[in-house]
Design a protein around this ligand. Structure first.
Ligand code: NDP
Ligand code: PHD
Length: 353
């Protein structure tokens, strides 16, 4: 087993890391880290456990550590609040740790892979261009809305070239962490603003669909416009997407392209990779958060309502689980790819200073 630490372990994403790692066949939690508010308390007291499965007894007994902890760990997952993730993740990378982060801080750094293993696994090689002076490195996963969009766009980009995208999101409350949006703002309401989200969807999409060159990642030449909304849904970001594609394929062509796409992870045996990373449905009422969000353990991205669009050519709806595929599950899959590529674990590198 590889030893894993979780930074930000008490938060919404941190708890999802803990739940997903508890019975993981490759990683074993050895350290849980959070703020000074939580440090020194047993995890069961420090975290207000909100997961759908009971907290494991051994994990609940672990005493939460502060960010200056120095566990013997082969991999460090970060679900830290972005206000502290920049400094803390850099400090852990400098101390020789392999940091697999979910926070936004380093996503657009030219030497940091912004990774969705099914979309741009080759970008992982960027870690060789990092120099923290210790063998440590940082790998990131995208914003939770970007990941669903990019999973649907990647096969279309390969087949036709994506030229322009307009996306309107309906984002779950769990995306705002805990306690997140005030109940009086959320209940029976829609809030048409999520700070920074629309910009991130544009910049991250271009990097994810971009090409790795000697000079770094050359962003894809795609125009993206996003409008992001918070809706009173527990988990699952639903997105209405319109696309202009090279060669102007029909909706039927697009549906066939998405259905016949094969993940580059197929057959590699990564434990968190779902059997169907991209599911295309013909059900005219799908996908819906309540019925589709947990498919593939929350790692399947579902595409439906694929139709011809008189404005941009083709339109469809995408659903992805924001705290699993869009956060902890995505980061764990990144770590599984790091392991499969020999970049963490036995023989890879020193685990800590
Ligand atoms: N929720 C989602 O769907 C997604 C979230 N993200 C990103 O993941 C990260 C975590 O988000 P989320 O779990 O929702 O946020 P939460 O607010 O629920 O959790 C934040 C975590 O950071 C810790 N923390 C806060 N301040 C400090 C500090 N000064 N020092 C050390 N630890 C600190 C908290 O510890 P304590 O409990 O002790 O305060 C807690 O563990 C963020 O960067 C967010 O942007 C990314 C994609 C999706
Ligand atoms: N803003 C996202 C969650 C998030 O924290 O995103 P990011 O990791 O890009 O800051 C959401 O609301 O639903």
């Amino acid at each position: 087993m590889l030893r894993a630490a979780v930074l930000g372990a008490t938060g919404a994403v941190g708890q999802t890391f803990v739940r997903l790692l508890t019975r993981h066949p490759l990683f074993e939690i050895v350290s849980l880290v959070a703020s000074e508010r939580s440090a020194g308390k047993p995890y069961r007291e420090a975290a207000r456990w909100l997961q759908s499965e009971p907290l494991d007894g051994r994990i609940g007994d672990l005493v939460v550590e502060g960010v200056d902890a120095a566990p013997e760990a082969d991999v460090v997952f970060s679900g830290l609040d972005a206000s502290v993730a920049g400094d803390v993740e850099a400090d852990w990378a400098r101390r020789g740790y392999a940091v697999v982060s979910n926070a936004r801080n380093y996503r657009m750094d030219p030497t940091v892979p912004l990774l969705v293993p099914e979309v741009n696994p080759d970008h992982l090689a960027l870690v060789d261009r990092q120099d923290w002076g210790s063998g440590g490195f940082i790998v990131t996963n995208p914003n939770c809305s970007t990941v669903g969009l990019v999973m649907a766009l990647a096969p279309l980009h390969q087949a036709y070239g994506v030229q322009a995208v307009h996306v309107v999101t309906m984002q779950a409350l769990s995306g705002a962490g805990y306690p997140g949006v005030a109940s009086l703002d959320a209940l029976g309401n829609v809030v048409p603003f999520i700070g920074g989200e629309e910009e991130k969807m544009a910049t991250e999409t271009k990097k994810l669909l971009g090409t790795l060159t000697e000079a770094g990642v050359e962003g894809a030449d795609v125009t993206v416009s996003a409008q992001c909304n918070r809706v009173p849904v527990m988990d699952g970001h639903l997105e209405a997407v319109s696309v202009r594609l090279g060669g102007s394929p029909s909706a039927a062509d697009v549906a066939e392209t998405l259905r016949s796409w094969t993940s580059p992870l197929a057959g590699r045996g990564l434990p968190t990779a779902p059997e169907a990373p991209l599911l295309v449905t013909d059900d005219p009422t799908a996908p819906q958060p309540r019925t589709h969000v947990h498919l593939g353990g929350g790692m399947t991205v579902t595409v439906g309502r694929i139709q011809d669009c008189p404005v941009l050519g083709v339109k469809f709806v995408v659903l992805s689980h924001n705290t699993v595929r869009g956060a902890a599950g995505g980061a764990i899959l990144n770590a599984e790819l790091l392991h499969a590529e020999g970049r963490i674990g036995a023989g890879a590198r020193a685990q800590a200073a």
